[in-house]
Ligand binder design. Structure first.
Ligand code: FAE
Length: 530
């Protein structure tokens, strides 16, 4: 297809030529369609394209490149390493703090104004839930807390009854943890480090309240952190860096999977390439409509990439949006299971005040990297897992923060509204009511044993039912796809990301997303790329 044919094939085509004709007839060019047509335009053919450079996309890229298969990876966010720019800390937010917003979008204390920029953290706001996401080469790994948790085997079996759990626990989980460089902090270090007082207090109080605590691995390099503590290297975890990116220490995907994939010479990463929609061609190839943007978010070029094989790894919300929008706009054939079985992984934020208020609280200086959890999963009536989360704002004396992960009792559903051209989420308080009950029970038990109150000033009177860091599901493995991520009804279209997990996995999800991506790609490469 050449450019003229492309324009004619689009819905704007006819109008564009009409207005262009009129423009030259009157000797001027007054309309936006003409401007659109004047933008630099490119149409390219590729063999394999991956959309999104988070966990799913990075695993797919490495495993294909290793087999000598050239891959083009499209990412709407910035390549931060290439840009030479620094990530900003939570107490001094700069360019990396938000995706094209003029105010910070942290879960609390959003008092800072920002210049509109293609930052690393984004937030999608729905009526009853706010969903935080990473943007940039490395996806969520740039902004997340690095907690690398392997789910409980029993729960994994419950969530994925069709998968070979033995193989996952002997092969894919160990592989994911190795490639992600997951490691564990030494107890010796945690015992004395002043930046981990919040965690020691969290664990002590949990034990006193009768809860079981667990040490949690992380992808932040704890050897680096120990040097950081001694001020032998630049500080990152101890300098308030995390949700706007870490400048040091964290093994985000750009330092692991993507680095290895790039070293093969087979990986082409195209940053600031925002995919608008996808069209299926008669020969079962795909055309990807892309806006190349600048760091203000303005389109500077329009591109079409035609590809024989397309892997969608735009994250749960990104892949859902691309599929549902492409169905609405471009009649992309779509299974009606897409959008179903969505969940927030049971995320529920809460906190306590007056924690050790008269003995230094939880500490002014806090590491941004969590290392502790509370495992209450075995309670049949109230199963939950809690991340003992830091509050690294340099102002906290007596607050404990917790991110709870609960089971789901009811799934949400994602749709696309063609009028507003936005995703719609069927999700309200009825989905989170039992999570709130669990939070009340948890806080009551902690306060009874240790003193303290609910943190009334945080979230909504201390309860953050609307805080979601772990959106999962909507394109579920074995339902909307086959058992390996091949999208139903398609031959050359795959989904490899968090959307394959049906709404819940019982712990922070990226190790599971990585392991599932490894498992799917092994089969797909063997059978479809031979
Ligand atoms: P993801 O990492 O979101 O990557 C998708 C990529 O696709 C992104 O880079 C997008 O910019 C890109 N993209 C989307 N739409 C388009 C488009 N139209 N065109 C081009 N590119 C596009 O997907 N999980 C843990 O396990 N442990 C933690 O400690 C943890 N902490 C978290 C803290 C925060 C603040 C947040 C936001 C998340 C946290 N998570 C954590 C969740 C974790 O980061 C998330 O589950 C994974 O990143 C999801 O991986 P995916 O591969 O699905």
């Amino acid at each position: 297809m050449n450019r003229k044919e492309f324009i004619q094939a689009t819905s704007l085509g006819t109008a564009a030529f009409f207005f262009l004709g009129m423009g030259s007839f009157f000797g001027k060019s007054p309309n936006p369609l003409e401007e659109e047509l004047r933008k630099p335009f490119e149409m390219i053919d590729k063999n394999v394209v991956i959309i999104g450079s988070g966990y799913g996309g990075s695993v797919a890229a490495l495993r294909l490149c290793e087999k000598n298969i050239p891959v083009t990876l499209l990412e709407m966010g910035l390549d931060w390493e290439k840009s030479g720019q620094k990530f900003s800390s939570m107490i001094n937010p700069g360019h990396s703090a938000a995706w094209l917003k003029t105010k910070t979008i942290a879960p609390f204390f959003n008092l800072f104004s920002l210049e509109k920029y293609t930052g690393a953290l984004d937030r999608l706001d729905f009526e009853h839930i706010k969903i935080w996401l990473g943007r940039g080469v490395g996806g969520g790994s740039l902004v997340n807390g690095g907690m690398a948790v392997t789910p409980k085997k029993e729960y994994f079996k419950e969530v994925f009854p069709n998968l070979d759990a033995e193989k996952f626990y002997s092969k894919y989980f160990p592989l994911a943890n190795k490639e992600l460089k997951s490691n564990v902090a030494s107890e010796e270090f945690l015992k004395d480090c002043s930046f981990y007082k919040f965690n020691r207090v969290g664990e002590e109080e949990a034990k006193k309240a009768g809860f079981k605590t667990v040490r949690v691995p992380n992808v932040y390099d704890f050897n680096y952190m120990e040097k950081e503590y001694k001020e032998e290297v630049p500080r990152s975890a101890f300098a308030g860096e995390v949700i706007y990116g870490n400048n040091h220490g964290k093994n985000s995907l750009d330092k692991t999977y993507l680095k290895k994939a790039s070293a093969t010479g087979k990986l082409e990463i195209l940053e600031l390439h925002q995919v608008n929609h996808i069209t299926q061609n008669p020969d079962q190839s795909y055309s990807i409509d892309i806006s190349v943007i600048n760091t203000k978010g303005e389109e500077i070029q329009h591109k079409i990439i035609n590809t024989k094989k397309l892997i969608l790894s735009a994250g749960t919300m990104g892949s859902l949006e691309l599929l549902l929008k492409s169905k609405a706009m471009k009649q992309l054939p779509m299974d009606d299971k897409i959008g179903k079985d969505w969940g927030n992984n049971g995320n529920f934020m809460t906190g306590r005040n007056w924690v050790k208020a008269f003995s230094g609280g939880t500490g002014f200086q806090q590491s941004t990297i969590p290392v502790g959890g509370i495992d209450h999963w075995e309670d049949k009536d109230r199963p939950f897992f809690v991340e003992i989360a830091p509050l690294p704002m340099g102002l906290n004396v007596a607050t404990s923060l917790y991110l709870m992960v609960n089971k789901l009792k009811k799934y949400g559903e994602v749709n696309y509204d063609s009028v507003t051209q936005k995703l719609q989420l069927n999700w309200d308080q009825s989905h989170t009511a039992h999570m709130k009950d669990n939070a009340k029970y948890f806080l009551r038990t902690m306060n009874k044993a240790n003193g303290g109150t609910r943190a009334h000033l945080l979230f909504h009177n201390g309860f953050g039912a609307d805080v979601c860091y772990h959106p999962l599901g909507g394109i579920v493995l074995g339902k909307a796809t086959d058992n390996y991520g091949r999208l139903n009804g398609h031959k050359n279209l795959y989904v490899i990301d968090g959307s394959l997990i049906p709404g819940t996995i019982g712990v922070n999800p990226f190790v599971t997303i990585t392991a599932i991506a490894e498992y799917c790609m092994e089969e797909i490469i063997e059978k479809d790329f031979a």
